[in-house]
Design a binder for this molecule. Structure first.
Ligand SMILES: NC(=O)C1=CN([C@@H]2O[C@H](COP(=O)(O)OP(=O)(O)OC[C@H]3O[C@@H](n4cnc5c(N)ncnc54)[C@H](OP(=O)(O)O)[C@@H]3O)[C@@H](O)[C@H]2O)C=CC1
Ligand SMILES: Nc1c(N[C@@H]2O[C@H](COP(=O)(O)O)[C@@H](O)[C@H]2O)[nH]c(=O)[nH]c1=O
Ligand SMILES: [Zn+2]
Length: 351
């Protein structure tokens, strides 16, 4: 990816600290909508003045709604601050094509912005490179965050890539991002006490439901359905309105009753039975999903871990001491993302 030489810049670049701090805020804003924007990626944008103050900040909230750049520019306009826009900070390269909305490159060119800092290039093969080159040719000073020196800029660049990892995987392979969640008791068992479906703490259940919220599909096995009659709904945190998820059930022996499927439909799911994990993934991907949450019992969980076809593995272990919190461990297939596990677990912490 090239950095394009600006034609005529009159102002001075902001400090790296101001840029990274804007990225940290904008990543938080965009992360709130991870799971709501499918089939689009979550994106955040901030508009800064020449002193590094954020004039306006916005995220892409849903496919068909304004892109982050257009939304931030509209906000600055509403506040009467457009003339002070000096630097545009955006987690993903601005689009340069007419999709459901007009190109963000053109919206940026209606502002006096002289500098653009991009969190990561657009992995969509149809638009890659287009937005950065267009804005560079139009005279903006265009920088990629990963070209900036220093650990904080590197961490922010990685967080921008992590934010769109499900979108990038889907664009590259047609398959959704797979998060495998596993709850273990004090003895390392996944099996709940008799009469119960879950055994982890209230905080861990919130985490589990945040994982559900961002997923476009839930995948489970017949053993879990028969044992638990699970609802798989988002209840411990608020859900995105109008979001409909697929529910894939691996059930080669056909043990799951039709009544479970119709009850799942009544809860808002699009349920289906699959014969293999790869068939289920293909069907989920074809339905447009970017992210799948696996909530299965030990048999299927082990099969998926062995297959290597997972992207993030979340293990929640119940504490032996009554008042201690559960331990949460997250590992990624892409080891680079592991660096983020304690700093930017991209779930948002809102209820
Ligand atoms: N602690 C936790 O995080 C969770 C715990 N659980 C608990 O797990 C228990 C159920 O365990 P389990 O029976 O293992 O449940 P699973 O959800 O793993 O379902 C297993 C069934 O999935 C089907 N399946 C289809 N393809 C595969 C494959 N490639 N590999 C393995 N299975 C496949 C099999 O049925 P078939 O041969 O007919 O295809 C198999 O019997 C319950 O007690 C439940 O409460 C459940 C979910 C999460
Ligand atoms: N046992 C266990 C989990 N198990 C998963 O949650 C399902 C029940 O979901 P629901 O019917 O919506 O409450 C259950 O069938 C299994 O898939 N999850 C957790 O966060 N912690 C836990 O301790
Ligand atoms: Zn755009």
């Amino acid at each position: 990816m090239g950095i394009v030489k600006p034609l005529s810049i009159s102002g001075k670049r902001l400090s790296d600290e101001a840029i990274v701090s804007a990225f940290e805020q904008v990543l938080g804003e965009a992360g709130r909508f991870a799971g709501a924007t499918s089939p689009n990626p979550p994106v955040g944008c901030a508009l800064l003045d020449s002193a590094g103050n954020i004039l306006a900040m916005a995220a892409h909230e849903r496919a068909g709604h304004a892109h982050a750049e257009a939304a931030a520019i509209a906000l600055a306009r509403q506040r009467g601050l457009t003339s002070r826009i000096h630097t545009v900070v955006v987690t993903l390269e601005p689009c340069n094509h007419h999709g459901r909305t007009p190109p963000c490159t053109e919206a940026i060119l209606t502002t006096p912005a002289e500098f653009l800092v991009i969190g990561c290039a657009d992995p969509n093969p149809h638009v890659a490179g287009g937005g950065a080159v267009r804005l560079g040719e139009a005279g903006l000073d265009v920088t990629y965050l990963e070209a900036m020196i220093g650990e904080p800029a590197g961490a922010a660049a990685l967080a921008c890539r992590r934010l769109i990892a499900p979108f990038a995987k889907k664009a590259a392979t047609g398959l959704p991002w797979i998060t495998l969640k596993q709850a273990l008791d004090e003895c390392g068992s996944m099996i709940p006490p008799s009469g119960e479906k879950t055994f982890t703490s209230a905080a861990s259940l919130k985490l589990a439901h945040r994982l559900r919220r961002r997923a476009d599909a839930i995948l489970t096995g017949s053993g879990t359905v028969l044992a638990d009659n699970p609802s798989f709904t988002v209840r411990h945190v608020s859900d995105f309105t109008e979001k409909k998820r697929s529910l894939a059930i691996l059930d080669r022996r056909g043990r799951v009753a039709d009544s479970y499927l119709s009850e799942a439909r009544a809860r808002g799911f699009e349920p289906f039975v699959a014969q293999s994990f790869s068939d289920a993934l293909r069907q989920i991907g074809a339905a447009g999903a970017q992210e799948v949450l696996v909530e299965a019992g030990p048999l299927l969980t082990e099969h998926i871990l062995q297959s290597g076809l997972w992207d993030a593995h979340v293990v929640i272990t119940k504490s032996a001491a009554a008042n201690d919190g559960d331990a949460v461990a997250v590992r990624y297939r892409d080891e680079a993302f592991d660096l983020l596990k304690n700093t930017a677990w991209p779930l948002g912490d809102e209820e």
